[in-house]
Write a protein that binds this ligand. Structure first.
Ligand SMILES: [Zn+2]
Ligand SMILES: [Zn+2]
Length: 160
């Protein structure tokens, strides 16, 4: 039984293919180096919003020679070119998200899980009434709380 609750955004599998990742790099004007592709692939396959350190560990499994500095540089380039989103939460290391659609993040205070949550219809214009003449170009909304697993199974959705 599918117990995914509404509002959580699933990762689209068509966006994960290597050929798709390669063409995304190229159409963003980036050289498709093996390291860059590897880092991009790791982030794209990670639905859990890994930190740079975690991405480094995962990428090292297929590319043992990779250095942390290289991973860090690749991540900065991918973020600058709008291919990967950097998620900054208070007092925590930056995390990386492959979902470039408008969305916000739910952070579980107990287990540290970060989930993509759909923004209300209407997006940023519904967030706050702005004074006349102000326009939002981007925003970063994060919600904190407790995920169903940490709330306790009695209160969460049943999966069996
Ligand atoms: Zn949790
Ligand atoms: Zn996200």
């Amino acid at each position: 039984m599918d117990c995914r609750v509404g509002g959580i955004i699933p990762v689209s599998s068509t966006l994960l293919e290597r050929s798709h990742l390669t063409s995304s790099l190229v159409s963003s004007g980036l050289r498709c180096t093996p390291q860059r592709l590897e880092v991009f692939e790791v982030v794209s396959h990670s639905g859990d919003h890994p930190t740079a350190e975690e991405i480094f560990k995962r990428a090292k499994r297929t590319m043992p020679d990779l250095s942390f500095a290289t991973v860090y540089n690749c991540l900065s380039t991918l973020v600058q070119h709008g291919l990967v989103r950097q998620v900054t939460l208070d007092r925590a290391p930056a995390r990386f998200c492959p979902n470039m659609r408008e969305h916000c993040h739910f952070y579980c205070d107990h287990c540290g899980a970060v989930l993509d949550i759909e923004t209300p219809t209407g997006g940023s214009s519904h967030l706050a009434p702005l004074p006349q003449g102000y326009r939002i170009s981007s925003y970063n909304l994060s919600l904190r709380g407790t995920c169903p697993a940490c709330t306790g199974s009695a209160l969460g959705p049943r999966c069996d």
